[in-house]
Design a protein around this ligand. Structure first.
Ligand SMILES: [Zn+2]
Length: 328
């Protein structure tokens, strides 16, 4: 993929293209921003441009260099990812050894370090030494969700390029390549994705997401029964954290809608196709109960990330939501 095809990150791309045009590249970059907004894709495309045989401000995607980088088998390009949860000192030592080699065939050696916030302290200190005396013709691209977990000394050696969640218009244009723009699924995807392209693409492929939503909203839109809860939780056993997070977001949108309706606003309702049920459900919750329901679901999302017993956490959540229903 070329810069021209990457959507929604025009600002970051403009900075990088300007640096290529004026030959003012930094030795090290930190691409920082939420997951799934295009950091890794931009890093790979930037790497292709630095080595592309076309000498343009964008990758040609056809030359042997671009193709090798796309397949991650270019001898001058390396991607480092965490092994068993962290980037270890051995991985950085290996990198250090290889920075001593001459260029094999490219114009720049590029090291992409993904999830750089997972560098162990030892590895980070070792990397710092390389960044302090950067080898010639080498560019480091560190990628991270956050910059807080990186050593300030490493940050000071990097040019920080920020990536942001995509605008609604950028998401629309991506979704429009796959779905009719006013479809229920397109709408739900936009809400669930929160500006993350990766999530948009994954949801487009998810054939069950609308059905899942229907099942959850059916439970929420009437008196929540114990039978419904236990049946639903047992069905969720096969779901991974990502799927469950999506479902919990769907529940949060439901309560968000109730909150909005309580305030007498209806134009921002997410589940507008369920307006009649929302209006009737709005009466069964007091204002405080809706807020507590949202907090409960948010908390459960947090628990699911921490390896708790999934079924117990989900049951506890539903039982609380059941309590809030009809509470004065
Ligand atoms: Zn090329």
């Amino acid at each position: 993929m070329s810069f021209e095809e990457i959507k929604g990150q025009a600002r970051a791309i403009k900075i990088l293209q300007k640096e290529i045009a004026t030959s003012s590249l930094s030795g090290a970059y930190l691409f920082v921003g939420p997951t799934g907004v295009g950091k890794a894709l931009t890093a790979l495309t930037f790497t292709k441009i630095l080595n592309c045989k076309s000498d343009q401000l964008d990758s040609c995607d056809r030359c042997s260099s671009c193709r090798k980088i796309d397949h991650l088998n270019h001898p001058d390009v390396r991607v480092i990812i965490p092994e068993e949860g962290s980037i270890k000192i051995e991985q950085i030592r290996d990198l250090k050894r290889q920075t001593g080699y001459k260029l094999f065939e490219g114009k720049k050696k590029v090291w992409i370090i993904k999830e750089a916030d997972k560098l162990t302290l030892e590895a980070a200190n070792s990397l710092l030494k390389i960044l302090e005396e950067p080898p010639p013709d080498t560019v480091f691209i560190l990628i991270s969700k956050t910059q807080e977990r990186l050593l300030p000394t490493i940050l000071s050696r990097c040019e920080i390029i920020r990536f942001f969640p995509l605008s609604s218009e950028a998401l629309d244009s991506i979704i429009a390549d796959y779905l009719p723009p006013d479809s229920r699924k397109a709408d739900l995807i936009k809400k669930l994705a929160r500006g993350r392209v990766g999530e948009v693409l994954s949801l487009i492929k998810d054939e069950n997401i609308l059905k899942t939503r229907e099942v959850v909203l059916d439970i929420l839109s009437k008196k929540i029964s114990l039978e419904d809860i236990f049946q639903w939780v047992s069905k969720c056993k096969d779901y991974g954290t990502t799927e469950l997070e999506r479902i919990l977001d769907i529940i949060i949108f439901w309560f968000g809608d109730l909150l909005i309706l309580k305030q007498g606003i209806s134009r921002r309702v997410v589940n507008y196709d369920r307006m009649e049920e929302l209006k009737s459900e709005k009466e069964t919750y007091c204002y405080g109960a809706i807020k507590e329901a949202i907090e409960t679901v948010e908390r459960t999302k947090g628990y699911l990330k921490c390896n708790v017993n999934q079924s117990l956490a989900l049951e506890a959540m539903w039982l609380k939501l059941r309590q809030y229903q009809g509470r004065e």
